[in-house]
Design a protein around this ligand. Structure first.
Ligand code: AMP
Length: 211
């Protein structure tokens, strides 16, 4: 299966994508994770992306499209993938349509996770990431196991002011993609408020229909 995971920052795409990968044998491709990995090892791409990321702005389309073009060529993606955090603008979606056409591939579904803004601000400001495993936790909703060995930190862009900026960017630049993919009959809305397990059941019921 080839799918896109759309939704505002903090909607839980990463957490849900992990489960989807396990149950449906697909690979998660997160542009945010790829960019963060590039920053960590100090590549040119990482350096170019840094100022946009820290301000909660989008990295320019051309940079992201070049990056995803290379990623999609990886042979391990042949069995299916879930794009998490891409596309985020209409030009990115148009570029993706072109790339998929060139590769003879088609999307099966675009999952749209819906969560109200106020809940997102609360969720993101409680989010912590483990430096060792890269796993994310939430200090209230999904705390790390007490017996684990973690080195938790708060992402620069999870601070409240930056979170609000990221939400504005989502509403202005990414939300139009719901309409874009509805026109292609691919968009499936998922209730993203509630317990992680319940949200996943909503996702499963959509995916099991198209499997
Ligand atoms: P995320 O972890 O998906 O919230 O991404 C973190 C940051 O990486 C975003 O706030 C952007 O600065 C950048 N980023 C990730 N994916 C994209 C994308 N598709 N287009 C532009 N910027 C992106």
């Amino acid at each position: 299966m080839k799918m896109i995971f759309l939704g505002p920052p903090g909607a839980g795409k990463g957490t849900q994508a992990e489960r989807i990968c396990k149950d449906y044998g697909v690979i998660q491709l997160s542009t945010g994770d790829i960019l963060r990995a590039n920053r960590k090892i100090g590549t040119e791409l990482g350096a170019k992306a840094q100022k946009y990321m820290d301000a909660g702005e989008l990295v320019p389309d051309l940079i992201i499209i070049d990056m995803i073009r290379e990623e999609l060529k990886k042979p391990e993606l042949a069995s299916g993938y879930i794009l998490d955090g891409f596309p985020r603008t209409v030009p990115q979606a148009e570029a993706l349509d072109g790339l998929l056409k060139d590769m003879g591939q088609k999307l099966d579904v675009v999952l749209v996770l819906e969560v109200p803004d106020e809940e997102l601000v609360q969720r993101l400001s409680g989010r912590r990431t483990d430096r060792i495993s890269g796993k994310t936790f939430h200090m209230i909703y999904n705390p790390p196991p007490p017996d684990g060995n973690f080195d938790l930190y708060q992402r620069e862009d999870d601070k409240e002011e930056t979170v609000r900026n990221r939400l504005n960017v989502y509403h202005n630049q990414t939300k139009p993609l719901i309409e874009y993919y509805s026109k292609q009959n691919l968009a499936e809305k998922i209730e993203g408020k509630g317990k992680i397990d319940e949200i996943y059941l909503g996702i499963k019921s959509v995916l099991d229909k198209i499997k």
